[in-house]
Design a protein around this ligand. Structure first.
Ligand SMILES: [Zn+2]
Length: 466
């Protein structure tokens, strides 16, 4: 008998964490993600594990995004000494992601403590440090897609390509108990079928229990080719107005998609004379990892010539890499013709907030969103049409054009999800996770009316036996 408990990404899109427990496998976490939005120091302090981290034997990590991996250092800090099992590319990305994340967190904490000191309030101790990041990375083991990894004598895990970001996996866990085999498949985040860099999500085909993400359970995306056309048109209009373009982008995945699309536009002679700035040390590091794995990626990259297929950085000759803070600040002096790609993707932190401060009040400029904006984030506030925003304690009027490239999402849309779920025969017991309630309801309804499939939408903390 096995139990699955939904700790996070239950009726929400961040904080992915599910716990699987059975005699065959011990205690295993599927992901150990962080919630996003709001103040980092408070948020991380509030992230309490409803289990003892010292009792967890393994973490099976679907992919390196922080909402799936961000609490690993805290888990280590609180006693976890098992193994973190993921794909080889995820292991490489994880090192960059966790180091960047702890750096941001400790800087925020330092600021909070300075503020507290001025008010005579006590200092807040860090919930984890760089040493915990190093510690948990030591426990990390990378495997190839399709490789069977034993978890004791009676269980194993296998990763299948989820096509979401580099290294992203669908996690298939097989348990044998009293001679009976049971398979749990956790989708992780599923990519789109027409992504330019990623493969189509694999279809394992068989499961007893299925946990499937539902981020875009209530909508479809535009085609990726439409996104390139839309990007070209938005850039052309902004160029004519003499403006600049800001692209808040997730360092992993979306940034590389954007670089690829800009490269395509350049090679088609459609990029005017824009100078492109990748203003994020993390995105630069991640892009270099993508370059190392470019051969294993699919999509349109396969159709490029040998020379262009080896590096996303080289594919876009007018790309400037802004590593240092001074490089970033120098971009402010550019009056027009700059495309600035900077994190964070939902504008919750990072250099993009400084660029918004410089440019969001000018109607010649354009801000292009490229992915999901979670409730409560500055990105969502802008996409929802706010006319005034607060940045660094000051109010700014929003006069820039706000655009969204819907087709660039790293997630499957509703039909993609339905098609993927439909590929499992016979029908598994299906749980929808990683989605806001309205998206989950819409997906559940379509699955019921189209396939007669009854799905479950677990609440946080809900447990079920299978
Ligand atoms: Zn993800």
């Amino acid at each position: 008998m096995a139990t699955i408990t939904f700790h996070g990404a239950a009726q929400e899109v961040t904080g992915s964490c599910h716990e699987l427990e059975s005699p065959a496998i011990g205690r295993v976490l599927l992901d150990c993600g962080m919630h996003q939005g709001g103040d980092a120091v408070e948020r991380i302090r509030d992230e309490e594990f409803p289990f003892d981290p010292a009792h967890i034997d393994h973490v099976l990590l679907s992919h390196a995004h922080l909402d799936h991996s961000g609490l690993l250092p805290k888990l280590f800090r609180e006693g976890f000494r098992g193994s973190v099992i993921c794909t080889r590319a995820s292991a490489e990305l994880l090192e960059v992601m966790l180091n960047d994340s702890v750096g941001l967190y400790l800087r925020d904490l330092e600021r909070t403590n300075l503020r507290n000191a001025r008010r005579g309030k006590p200092e807040i101790e860090p919930d984890y440090t760089k040493a915990d990041v190093d510690g948990v990375l030591e426990l990390c083991r990378g495997y190839d897609f399709g490789e069977q990894v034993a978890l004791g004598d009676n269980a194993h895990v296998r990763f299948h390509d989820a096509g979401h970001i580099l290294g992203s996996a669908i996690v298939e866990v097989t348990l044998t108990e009293k001679g009976e085999e049971k398979t749990l498949v956790f989708s992780g985040d599923l990519g789109k079928h027409d992504s330019v860099l990623m493969n189509e999500p694999a279809r394992p085909g068989k499961a007893d229990i299925l946990l499937v993400e539902s981020t875009y359970g209530d909508r479809e995306h535009r085609d990726e080719t439409d996104s390139q056309t839309q990007l070209r048109d938005v850039l052309r209009d902004t160029w004519r107005r003499g403006g600049n373009v800001l692209i808040p982008a997730f360092a992993v995945g979306r940034t590389q998609d954007i670089l690829f699309h800009l490269g395509c536009l350049h090679h088609e002679g459609e990029l005017d004379a824009w100078e492109v700035f990748l203003d994020s040390p993390m995105a630069i590091a991640v892009t270099k990892i993508y370059d190392r794995w470019l051969d294993s990626l699919n999509g349109d990259v396969r159709h490029l010539s040998e020379a262009h297929r080896s590096s996303l950085v080289d594919f876009l000759p007018r790309l400037n890499l802004a590593l240092e803070t001074e490089d970033s600040m120098a971009i402010n002096r550019i009056r027009s013709g700059a495309i600035v790609i900077a994190g964070s993707g939902m504008c919750t932190g990072g250099r993009i907030r400084h660029h918004l401060k410089q440019r969001v009040w000018d109607d010649r400029n354009t801000v292009i969103f490229t992915g999901y904006q979670a409730r409560g984030t500055l990105g969502r506030i802008l996409v929802d049409g706010a006319r005034h925003i607060k940045l660094f304690g000051e109010e700014y009027v929003v006069k820039s054009n706000i655009e969204t490239l819907g087709g660039l999402s790293a997630h499957a849309g509703q039909s993609g999800l339905v098609g993927w779920i439909k590929s499992f025969q016979p029908e598994p017991r299906t749980f929808l996770v990683h989605g806001e309630p309205q998206a989950q309801d819409a997906l559940a309804q379509r699955l019921w009316s189209e396939l007669g499939l009854r799905t479950e939408i677990p609440a946080p903390g809900h447990s079920t036996v299978f």
